[in-house]
Design a protein around this ligand. Sequence first.
Ligand SMILES: *Cc1c(COP(=O)(O)O)cnc(C)c1O
Length: 400
Amino acid sequence: MSSPASKAELEPFAPPALGEPYLLTPGPLTTALSVKEAMLRDWGSWDGDFRAMTASLRSQLLAIAGDTDGAFDCVPIQGSGTFAVEAMLASFLPRDGKALVLANGAYGQRAAQTLKYLGRDHVVINKGDYMPPRGDEVAAALDADPAITHVLVIHCETSSGILNPVEEISRAVYAKGRKLLIDSMSAFGALPLDVNEIRYEAMVSSANKCIEGVPGFGFVIARKNELEAAEGRSHSISLDVHAQWAYMNKTGQWRFTPPTHVVAAFLEALRLHAQEGGVAGRGRRYTNNRDVMVAGMRELGFETLLKDRWLSPIIVTFFNPAHPNFDFSRFYELMKEKGFIIYPGKLTVVESFRVGCIGRMDAHVMRRVVQAAGESLREMDVDTAAPPEAAIAERARLAA
Ligand SMILES: *Cc1c(COP(=O)(O)O)cnc(C)c1O
């Protein structure tokens, strides 16, 4: 007889416990059994044991960011990722500053909307659903508007899965003497964002994306001098990054009730992350997941929205098939019956759906995803998954 734990060790990417479906979604995502098991006890938030857990979480995240000389610090913030984005914007953009938001999807739009709520001056370069913002256009926008102090870029725009060229954008921003803030929510931990290689002032991510923890907090990684300068800027007591940082450094505690179980699960997720070879190892598995899944889906006739160059190893958007028998909600249910939760698309021009590559899954699982997609098409009497002409025309526009 094998206990669930020993089975998990033999088969690290075995189906999630209790017949749950795999979540092919970009967070919440499928987590390891040991991550879930780490939540089976209670911690006192003020107790030394939990304070040590918080300290360990912060230092491990700084190590993942490559902070070797102590120029940065890590500040966890309760809530979902959006709370951390809002906290970052309110704390690092001075009240009389002005932001340039590089938007190419829902998360860029949300950042602009956040600045509106905050009453912070901002302009947006809107690239539509999925065109990447490029360094030269950022440079031109900064030349044209000397009032801009900060630029915000989304690392992987999860609404299409596009991987934005953050390194190129960082170079353009600092060449013009401005500062960069990064929403690396769905990329940090799997794609390199080393502070020694890409210059920025602050970035945010959250527990339930590429580190493969469960939802409950986000975290800001920022330069200490920027953290110091952030004092008194935030509009919000709960989202004040400086206040959280100062209190945490003084007491080792979070200012308000921390998600204790989520932190415990996250430490186990960090252990698995290190065991897999850190950012490089995790990025390799996700890339392999994507390559196996995309190749199989293309064989079925599906086509990706993006050219290979912009495909992230995080999530991939496919056009809905043109076939008259194809119905997304039916497809969704058929996939779910086979154990896979996929994700509806978020594009405005053409119908699409998304398949995530992140979470506790490997290439064997991705092959089964493709097999399930093929069977689901057959059950719907769809003999080819080829997209409509309009979708191809839209993609050609992207290439132009
Ligand atoms: C997930 C995500 C967020 C945060 O979303 P929440 O639903 O608040 O966790 C922000 N930006 C990006 C790019 C994301 O992928």
